[in-house]
Design a protein around this ligand. Structure first.
Ligand code: GDP
Ligand code: MN
Length: 328
């Protein structure tokens, strides 16, 4: 869990919830990360809630958190001001930009994670609606999966104004609406064109999930990175670290407001065969106003869920769940 001292109670609420619904049967270790030293109170209370787990508290190195020195601060400030005036969510909030870059390129490099292969990302103030009776780590390992999420995905415009991601995708693949010559110029600068060795054939990947037009444009569908159960080795891989460096060098984490969710999604969707990615439909989950609740009555009953699937986000217009289901 990445969190701040001021969010202590929200963080502990998530810890308590996941312990009650899952980890009291397993006692998997917890790792807390922060860009400042954790307060003595935070550590004391977290340890008190987790008497049977190994608990560690890590400080994020400054060079993994603050913007790199080649970012033009004048340009960054101007961009952030513009984003704020256009209501790009968190566009004017520097800490949020740092956080998105950290979660895209650095969390898996923290020394406290070195000894692990799998992680479950947990955020403060989330809810787990059902008992998690099947161990998701074991599920992923036994089924040869790399990545799992619960609430899947949303299209962006309402929550993540288009400005937040438009160039992100362009850096990856060129944006299509451009005419011949401009398109060719963009294509030649794109990640896809420069690093074709990392990209799998379209038919094997989730290209259809992230693009409605066979890869010319990004439809903004993404996996919800606030809930991830995944292999750290994917992020540590040469393909992903090369992709991250490539994106980072463009400065887009500051000149735009790229979120870690679309960054993760684009890489997962195009570097991996699609069967490596799993949707944990059984795991009821809530983040802010968005909820995933199992629809199947028997799943709901088995998990002693406390949620109403009719209030769920999955089949609303801003969700990409239908698109996901259609791919299966
Ligand atoms: P949202 O889910 O995109 O609305 O963003 P959140 O505010 O939930 O932040 C995402 C994650 O990053 C959460 O785990 C937060 O605790 C963490 N986070 C966000 N900003 C900071 C920060 O400035 N410092 C630290 N240590 N954690 C942060
Ligand atoms: Mn959040």
């Amino acid at each position: 869990m990445l969190t701040r001292n001021v969010d202590m109670w929200d963080a502990l609420t998530s810890v308590r919830a996941l312990e009650d619904r899952f980890n009291r049967r397993h006692h998997y270790p917890w790792v807390f990360l922060n860009d400042e030293e954790f307060s003595e109170e935070f550590m004391r209370r977290a340890r008190a809630l987790l008497p049977e787990s190994t608990v560690s508290f890590g400080l994020i190195p400054k060079e993994h958190w603050n913007q790199p020195d080649w970012i033009d601060v004048g340009r960054q400030n101007a961009a952030m001001k513009t984003m704020q005036s256009r209501n790009v969510k968190y566009g004017g909030n520097l800490a949020y930009h740092n956080m998105c870059r950290f979660n895209s390129g650095f969390f898996f490099r923290h020394p406290l994670l070195d000894e692990y292969k799998w992680y479950w990302r947990v955020e403060p103030r989330v809810k787990f609606h059902c008992d998690i009776l099947d161990d998701p780590f074991v599920y992923l390992e036994e089924n040869d999966k790399v990545y799992g999420t619960s609430v899947v995905c949303e299209t962006g415009p309402k929550y993540d104004a288009e400005q937040a991601t438009q160039c992100l995708y362009m850096k990856f693949l060129p944006q299509s609406r451009l005419s011949g010559k401009q398109y060719k110029a963009r294509l030649s600068a794109s990640f896809m064109e420069n690093y074709p060795q990392y990209i799998l054939p379209k038919e094997d990947t989730l290209m259809k999930f992230i693009s409605n037009d066979n890869g010319r444009t990004y439809n903004r569908c993404h996996f919800w990175s606030n809930f991830e159960i995944a292999s750290l080795d994917f992020w540590r891989s040469e393909a992903y670290t090369t992709f991250f460096e490539y994106l980072d060098k463009t400065g887009g984490f500051y000149y735009e407001r790229w979120g870690d969710a679309p960054v993760h999604t684009l890489a997962l969707a195009l570097f991996l065969p699609r069967h490596k990615i799993h949707l944990f439909d059984d795991i009821g989950y809530q983040h802010d106003d968005w909820s995933h609740c199992p629809k199947d009555e028997s799943v709901w009953r088995r998990g002693r869920c406390l949620c109403d699937a009719r209030d769920g986000f999955d089949y609303t217009s801003d969700s990409c769940r239908r698109r996901w289901d259609a791919l299966l």
